[in-house]
Design a protein around this ligand. Structure first.
Ligand code: NAD
Ligand code: DAU
Length: 338
């Protein structure tokens, strides 16, 4: 029997990469529900939208009637919830949309999943729910949840609801907590594409604080493979960490991008720190590696070069996603002079 998967937020960065990766499989039918916020772009899927096993529904995961109708009409048997407000800086400017989508929207999906006896509900969460690490140690699945930003608090709240629906109602859930993704189609509010595009235009590269905050970078394709493996084989009720094993300080990332692009380090501008800025994230992926035999395939230096090449080859995409509201956000976040 074909798997009929409801992908939420499939027009965003990770969701669109996931759909492209798995839509070629004849045993999988994908229905993508996406509200097409500033971060959602159907152009991310223009190369696969004609496929007969792909369907798009425009709307919010918070729209109860639409969610139920979509699950019923397409006889959905699994849900992967990518849909979210995903940017920390925006959550600091205005947290309300984060609660609406990340918490209330997830709850709507959980209730529908119960009603329709969904076989598998995968919640795409984040390592940010664990809070911040000091210089040593790694996040494991047993690390207590301790979020610091409105974004990570909303994701942690959703995780608690997912876990509660498993414990209380026996819903077959799994939760994934991944580190920072990079790769094609990432919206240029995030560190790597923002720095690539600013450098190409010889604009300042705004590095928060001392630039020594550490993130663990993973290529989006490795994340997507892990998600499908956990969706198919993960244990009900479990949490799985997914990491890139590639810890880098922000300043290392920015300098690497400048050197790949042949641009001067004088473009770097240290700016006011992000409030509540988590110092370090680093993931222990031993559980998924040993129990599900997952391994990342793309080494960081290779992946980052491919990513830079993709942005260089995609000027139309870059122009289209930066039109309209993006420049208003940029001015609010970084000031009018950029
Ligand atoms: P993104 O911002 O690029 O995309 C989010 C998508 O969700 C967009 O297409 C948007 O239109 C859609 N969306 C927003 N609100 C919606 C709503 N109410 N109903 C339906 N669709 C809605 O985000 P991303 O970087 O692709 O992240 C996807 C998921 O992965 C998120 O849940 C995020 O928390 C998680 N995650 C991201 C990273 C990362 O590094 N980007 C790492 C770990 C986990
Ligand atoms: O760890 C997973 C998380 O990674 C995901 O859950 C989030 O959805 C995703 O946005 C990402 O969160 P971060 O806050 O780590 O990513 P961001 O790209 O915003 O920032 C990465 C680091 O770079 C962080 O330490 C802040 C810094 N930074 C970011 C921007 C946008 C700067 O120094 N300057 C900037 O202009």
């Amino acid at each position: 029997m074909a798997e009929r998967i409801l992908i939420t937020g499939g027009a965003g960065f990770i969701g669109s990469n996931f759909i492209r990766k798995f839509i070629g499989r004849p045993d999988i039918e994908i229905v993508n529900i996406d509200a097409l916020t500033y971060a959602g772009n159907l152009g991310n899927l223009s190369d696969i939208e004609h496929q007969t096993n792909y369907h798009f529904v425009k709307g919010s995961i918070g729209d109860e009637a639409l969610v139920r109708k979509t699950i019923g009409d397409y006889e959905i048997n699994g849900i992967i919830n990518f849909a979210a407000e995903s940017h920390v800086d925006r959550s600091i400017l205005n947290s309300k949309p984060f609660i609406d989508t990340n918490v209330a929207g997830t709850l709507t999906l959980l209730d529908a999943a119960r009603e329709f006896n969904i076989n598998r509900f995968l919640q795409v969460s984040t390592d940010e729910v664990y809070g911040s690490l000091g210089a040593d140690g790694l996040f494991t699945e047993e690390t207590p949840v301790s979020p610091n930003s409105p974004y990570s608090a909303s994701k942690a709240s959703a995780d608690h609801l997912v876990q509660a629906y498993h414990e209380t109602y026996g819903l077959p859930t799994v939760i994934t907590r991944c580190s920072n993704n990079y790769g094609p189609f990432q919206f240029p509010e995030k560190l790597i594409p923002l720095m690539i595009l600013n450098a190409l235009e010889d604009k300042d590269l705004p590095v928060y604080g001392d630039g020594l905050n550490v993130r663990d970078w993973i290529h989006v394709e490795d994340h997507c493979e892990a998600i499908y493996l956990i969706f198919a084989q993960g244990r009900d009720g479990d949490v799985y960490n997914i990491g890139g094993n590639a810890e880098r300080t922000n300043i290392e990332i920015v300098k690497l991008l400048l050197s790949i692009l042949g641009k001067p380090e004088s473009l770097i501008k240290f700016v006011k720190d992000r409030p509540g800025h988590d110092r370090r994230y680093a993931i222990d992926s031993a559980k998924i590696e040993t129990t599900l035999r997952w391994n990342r395939r793309i080494a960081f230096e290779e992946g980052i070069r491919q990513t830079v090449d993709w942005y260089l080859a995609s000027p139309q995409w870059c122009d289209s996603v930066r039109s309209g509201g993006y420049m208003d956000y940029y001015t609010l976040q970084y000031g009018a002079s950029e």
